[in-house]
Design a protein around this ligand. Sequence first.
Ligand code: NAD
Length: 475
Amino acid sequence: MKDYKLLIDGKLVAGASTLDVVNPATEEVLGLCPRADLTQLNQAVAAAKRAFPAWSAKTTAERGEVLNRLADALEARHAEFARLLTEEQGKPLDFAMFEVSIALGMLRYFAGRDTPTKVLREDDNVRIVQHHTPLGVVAAIMPWNFPMIMLCSKIAPAISVGNTVVCKPAPTTPLTAMLFGELCVGLVPDGVINIIGDANDLGAALTGHPDVAKVSFTGSTATGKKVMQSAAGSLKRLTLELGGNDAAIVLENSDTKEVAAKVFAGATLNSGQICMAVKRVYVHESQYDAMCEELGRLAEAAVVGDGLEQGTQLGPIQNKAQYDKVLGYIEEARQKGKIVAGGESNDRKGYFVRPTIVRDMPEDSRLVQEEQFGPVLPVLKYADLNDAIARANATTYGLAGTVWGNDLKHAYEVAQQIDSGTIWVNQHLDLPYDIPMGGAKESGVGVEMGEDGLAEFTQAKVINIAKHGLAATVA
Ligand code: NAD
């Protein structure tokens, strides 16, 4: 078994203890994650703090060179990372290859990028200039659904503008992050990137650490609230990318087959374990039966299996706790609605769930109201569009949503009425690097990606110069 290490101050070190990492397709131990203790967490933060002055003093181009070298090193081991990603996360291998490509793209997108200094006003009397300065040590905390994308989406912007980082992957998917740590040795100055593992027990110490200036957190809303509380002690800067219960609204007279295919993909990609997955779909009564039938047909045809097997479309649910949660939603669907496809119990090893399409679920059921984070999709009927919009918005979440329809103007009008950070029309999950994304309501605080996302890793500093002030006093 490979010996994974923490990355602290530019060195690969053993953890104070280890933690089993389980392959969700086999339920067998895949590797041992080095688990840091509080002393090692403090060492990682101290290393990041020591590295900050020299790293922030470098030019953006110099820091960009380091990010590009890191991207080259990742690219050279692309297939190795993808395989490990499949083994620890469960996703199909070709999708894992894609995830590593996106992670690579993020390193390259942010390499050499800085928030520009702007002259806000210049006249005979004053010159007012806005600079953006790095914050210091950033704590980057990741969930288990996209371990590589999440890691690079935080490291790249954070260090590009001159911060240093301490990263903490999720305890069930830490190995790709530890492997990434190996790439950093010798390429990245000591202490600029630190990576520690835990057993879900170090998050609070990291987010509450007095030497951490900013927390970039992606995970559940419940944990996000705890992060906000623990960061309050020193008023840390925060970006919180949290959960969602994204609705798809299918407008009347849509093409059932085409929309069903896209909605199905949006609900089941990564086995539904996507913050912005389609989590419920509202369909006009005139097309409701046809849509349920078509979604059911797609679910029946989907290939579920070990991500390493050729042809697998849906891998297992990533961990046992989430698997049990998803089975709970299926049980509720059996009692309160009608299962069109899927839902059967699984007699093979591994946390596999067949894509499950559920119709006639009550609006107040847990499956409709909560974030299922698995491939179990409730299809809901509406007669009046305003009612569908109101139901889509009747949630404390506000991450994303989709509107599907032939009349783009009408679809755009509907999109404007959805209370979410992102709304797609006739497409789903288009997430370019230069477009900010963030949640409304309890789905988040702040944004990631694009110029706005980069700016969140900086402090705006305004320098306001009176051109004649002192001379006037002297005179
Ligand atoms: P989680 O909140 O359980 O864990 C996320 C991370 O927080 C893990 O690394 C965990 O160890 C850590 N953590 C646990 N307790 C902590 C504490 N008190 N303080 C600080 N950190 C702590 O989430 P999860 O189950 O790993 O991920 C699934 C959730 O993530 C879903 O709700 C999903 O919607 C959300 N998510 C959101 C986005 C987004 O961009 N909005 C992206 C991916 C996932």
